[in-house]
Design a protein around this ligand. Structure first.
Ligand SMILES: *[C@@H]1O[C@H](CO)[C@@H](O)[C@H](O)[C@H]1NC(C)=O
Ligand SMILES: *[C@@H]1O[C@H](CO)[C@@H](O)[C@H](O)[C@H]1NC(C)=O
Length: 339
């Protein structure tokens, strides 16, 4: 049996997977996918990736980037999520720092870990995995959601060290953690036609299951299997341990949610920007994780140029230190973006 399945594997398209670090590019109220042109956008985002990032972004981003905060130096995509805040009993808010993930080169400044897997963590289910096209974008989750998502949008309570991966929770942990990891898995089935859609989601179909498991085949409405994009962001919540009591409930909120919901509104945005056919070459190769670096087949860079890449501040407002309200909130209820 073993020999037989090996023979099939050799005949099938190659199994490949990317996992890499990106340092923080900027933390600002900008959102070129959901609120293009709005300076500022409704809530604060932490953004990684290429320096063509701007309030609105059209065309072939991969041809415009001059530097990127990601390991793969041909990846000018942008990846972002909401920012986590600590809400003090006294009503003040403090942004939570982002820390480097495990299994990444040392010294990465904040940022996140990005994955492009195939069907599950390390195999492609014997199918072709298609790269995104220039101009492609998508959103997963919604800040206005009042229901559990479950499908790949998770919180993990980091215990002892940053390597904790289970259990994956649908909500903020109720207990004190050394840190909280937020996890965002994007859908991997594309309609094959639209680079975007009015809700930034319906051109995609979600088959995602927990923790990089195979979520089943793509439906005929969305037949094209694209790379499965996922983000992990590690928030340094342990710093605030002395300032809250577990009996009062979770004090952490996401940047749009002053009421402190369980976290159902967690969401993330993706804007494709790989140069030329670089992502397709990676998906067609048989490299795994770090083995894809140094031109095999992707160009890569060291941590110091990643950390140096940045964009200008386009929104001038205080985001650090103790704040009376979160950016965009200004003491009154925030306008939620509609999706
Ligand atoms: C961002 O957009 C503005 C307005 O279109 C433009 O002036 C600026 O050069 C852009 N910045 C980058 C880094 O592309
Ligand atoms: C809340 O507590 C923090 C930490 O001690 C303090 O810096 C901040 O000024 C306080 N805010 C108010 C409104 O008292």
């Amino acid at each position: 049996m073993k020999t037989l399945s090996l023979a099939f594997a050799l005949a099938a398209p190659a199994q490949a997977a990317l996992r890499f670090g990106c340092s923080t590019l900027t933390i600002q109220r900008l959102d070129p996918v959901v609120e293009p042109g709005n300076v500022p956008s409704a809530h604060l985002h932490q953004i990684v990736g290429g320096n063509a990032f701007n309030a609105s972004m059209d065309g072939d981003v991969g041809e415009r980037g001059a530097c990127t905060t990601c390991t793969f130096s041909e990846d000018f995509s942008n990846y972002w999520t909401a920012v986590m805040f600590f809400k003090h009993k006294n009503g003040s808010y403090h942004k939570v720092d982002i820390v480097q993930n495990t299994a990444l080169p040392n010294g990465i400044n904040g940022g996140m870990t990005v994955y492009y897997t195939q069907q599950d963590f390390s195999s492609n289910g014997k199918q072709k995995i298609t790269a995104f096209k220039p101009g492609f974008r998508m959103v997963v989750g919604s800040p206005t959601s009042t229901k559990r998502y479950g499908n790949g949008l998770k919180f993990v309570c980091l215990k002892g060290n940053k390597g904790t991966r289970f259990p994956e929770l649908d909500v903020f942990p109720a207990e004190k953690c050394n840190g909280i990891m937020t996890v965002h898995h994007f859908p991997a089935c594309w309609d094959g036609k639209n680079l975007d859609s009015p809700d930034h989601q319906s051109h995609m179909y979600n088959t995602v299951k927990e923790a990089f498991q195979n979520g089943g085949p793509c439906p005929s409405s969305h037949p094209v299997r694209v790379a499965q994009v996922a983000y992990e962001t590690l928030w340094d919540t342990g710093k605030f341990d002395g300032m809250w009591d577990a009996k009062d409930g979770n004090p952490f909120v996401l940047s749009y949610d002053t009421a402190g919901s369980p976290g159902y509104g967690t969401h993330a945005d993706y804007l494709f920007g790989w140069k030329g056919d670089s992502l397709q070459r990676a998906m067609d190769s048989s490299c795994m994780f770090n083995a894809c670096e140094n031109g095999r087949p992707l160009k890569s860079q060291a941590v110091s140029p990643m950390n140096k890449c940045t964009v200008n501040k386009m929104v001038n407002e205080q985001i650090d230190g103790w704040l009376d309200a979160m950016p965009g909130q200004k003491g009154h209820a925030m306008k939620h973006r509609k999706q």
